[in-house]
Design a protein around this ligand. Structure first.
Ligand SMILES: Cc1ncc(C[n+]2csc(CCOP(=O)(O)OP(=O)(O)O)c2C)c(N)n1
Length: 558
């Protein structure tokens, strides 16, 4: 069989790992790779983006809903540096995303070639694995290593550099093989030590009021059913982090909702404080979830389940640490823990939710101008189908939707970039999520700050005719920071306000169906019309600024 080029081998290796979409932006050093994508029959759709940051966020959103590795690509230099924010977000959020950056020829190194930079050094601290492939014959094994690294253990991101001459080099076709199972994460589940599981089961059985605190690891692992079964068996309430939403359906009588400084509320915090045992599952117990390690209070008995051995015990003295896949671990516990007739958990949840939602509902019903954020959440909840996917940027959207939008289907229906919280994530991630799960309605909710970062990507949405809905919370300020200046710096506002953009007109100029809403009574009809529109649609909502709102945020500096 005749040899194939490095670029052709890269395309085939992606195909063999089951890749169906590649998000990216062209560049000089990518020409052989693009030509291979153009010539070969591979079944991969290339989604041309308008910014490499968006390409990486799309790959991230795609991976979060599909459980498949998301792939993005960009050229050397600026492409490599622009792809980076999405790669680090995915890596820190335990999402398998592969970033491919093409590079100058290995023979040009050190000669001041345009766009030269040390890509391996750049990506090393931000990925589970990075490799600039220096020889074409080594390409297939480098791709295999990257997929194995991304999908095993704690999932994460990987980076591959593809120099120009390597793309044109020779690869023996016999080297081009792959384990298709590595295109999905987690691809190799691990079980915890059986003796420790027995100890944990005893601890759970002896506890009077255990409360679960679930992070993103539950949904990533697909552990929702095992969690529900275990929680029901012992009558334990289930709280989640922002990323852990969807661990349990939020209308389940044991689902307490989000806890922590972003999206948690006093009633949920107080419910958590009643636990005599907190069970962290797939959760790092970081600063936001624990309100700077105060809730649960230090000294609370802790059982911690995580696939990453470094996580349990990092922040709390932990009675039993179970290191393993969340689904397998919860199933093992389920086989050892007996039924409990304890009903206190359900009552605790009911009381906390009643308090939380009575305040919310009274605010959501108000006709104030500008429109209250509570009203936006309630209106969207009323008009969207129950299996909709909502992608939220930082600022107003994340805490409000975390606290008050009840996702009534278990699984990944809420997405936010909680690792780094960079503005401008949700529009691109929503497009990725739409392509990963086209059957459900996907909505991006952004602040006007985020809109400024990402507006150009509306051209991609229009080109693809993607029925993604966008909601802009327009308040002409970097509201979250203004709220921090109000609460921590006696309202000494400095350099946080900007002028009002007419987001609907901008959207229309791109060819997006757009609505501008100033009055509360126009909100629901506009949202419903946007949701029903067959292509991209945007609703610009003039909203109460965050520093004046009763935001479900206990600390503005996380
Ligand atoms: C890339 C980036 N730069 C700065 C920040 C810091 N930051 C966090 S929230 C926020 C303000 C968000 O403003 P906007 O998107 O308008 O939403 P609002 O808070 O007004 O609802 C800023 C600047 C960030 N998260 N990401």
């Amino acid at each position: 069989m005749s040899q194939m080029t490095g670029a052709e081998a890269m395309v085939r290796m992606l195909q063999l790992h089951g890749v169906k979409h590649v998000f990216g932006l062209c560049g000089d050093t990518s020409l052989p790779f693009y030509d291979a994508l153009a010539r070969l029959d591979h079944g991969i759709q290339h989604i041309l983006t308008r910014d490499e940051r968006s390409a990486a966020y799309m790959a991230d959103g795609y991976a979060r809903v599909s459980g498949r590795v998301g792939v993005c690509e960009g050229p050397s230099g600026g492409g490599a540096t622009y792809l980076l924010p999405g790669i680090v977000e995915a890596n820190e959020s335990s999402i398998a995303v592969l970033g491919i950056t093409t590079d100058i020829a290995t023979t040009s190194r050190g000669r001041y070639a345009l766009t030269e930079l040390d890509q391996e050094a750049l990506y090393r601290p931000l990925t589970k694995r990075t490799e600039v492939i220096d020889r074409a014959d080594k390409l297939p094994e480098a791709v295999r290593r990257a997929f194995r690294a991304m999908t095993t253990g704690r999932p994460g991101a990987a980076h591959l550099g593809l120099p120009f001459d390597v793309q044109n080099g020779q690869v023996a076709p016999g080297e081009v093989w792959a384990d298709a199972g590595l295109g999905v994460f987690p691809s190799a589940r691990t079980s915890p030590d059986g003796e420790k599981v027995a100890k944990a089961a005893k601890l759970l059985s002896a506890s009077k009021l255990p409360v679960f605190v679930c992070g993103g690891g539950v949904v990533i692992s697909g552990a929702e059913r095992a969690l529900a079964a275990l929680a029901e068996r012992i009558g334990a309430p289930v709280a989640t982090t922002v990323s852990g939403q969807g661990s349990l359906a939020e209308d389940h009588p044991l689902c307490l909702g989000v806890v922590g400084s972003n999206g948690g509320t006093l009633p949920t915090r107080e419910a958590l404080a009643e636990a005599d045992l907190v069970v962290f599952v797939g959760c790092r117990a970081g600063s936001v979830t624990t309100e700077r390690w105060r809730y649960p209070a230090p000294g609370t008995r802790i059982l911690h389940i995580d696939v990453d051995p470094m996580v349990p015990g990092a922040n709390y003295a932990t009675e039993v640490a179970l290191v393993g896949d969340a689904k397998l671990t919860l199933e093992m516990l389920l086989s050892l823990v007996g039924e409990s007739s304890f009903q206190g958990g359900k009552e605790l949840v009911q009381r906390a939710k009643k308090r939380k939602f009575s305040e919310f509902r009274s605010l959501a019903a108000r006709d104030d101008l500008p429109i209250l954020p509570e009203r936006v959440v309630a209106a969207l909840h009323e008009i969207l189908p129950r299996d909709a996917t909502v992608v939220c940027d930082p600022g107003t959207p994340c805490p409000y939707f975390s606290a008050y939008y009840e996702f009534v289907e278990a699984g990944r229906h809420f997405i936010s970039n909680r690792a780094h919280g960079a503005l401008g994530y949700s529009m691109a991630a929503a497009l990725g999520a739409h392509l990963g799960r086209p059957g459900t309605k996907t909505v991006s909710v952004m602040g006007d700050g985020s809109f400024g970062f990402t507006a150009g990507e509306m051209e991609t949405l229009v080109r693809l005719k993607a029925p993604v809905m966008m909601v802009v919370i327009s308040n002409s300020t970097y509201g979250w920071i203004k709220a921090g200046q109000k609460s921590g710096f006696v309202g000494r506002y400095f350099s946080v306000d900007f002028s009002r953009t007419d987001h609907a007109r901008v959207a229309e100029a791109f060819g997006v169906k757009a609505f501008r809403v100033e009055r509360p009574e126009s909100l629901k009809p506009a949202l419903a019309a946007a949701a029903e529109h067959g292509g991209p649609a945007l609703v610009d909502v003039i909203t109460q600024p965050l520093h004046e709102a009763r935001a479900p945020v206990s600390e503005w500096v996380a």
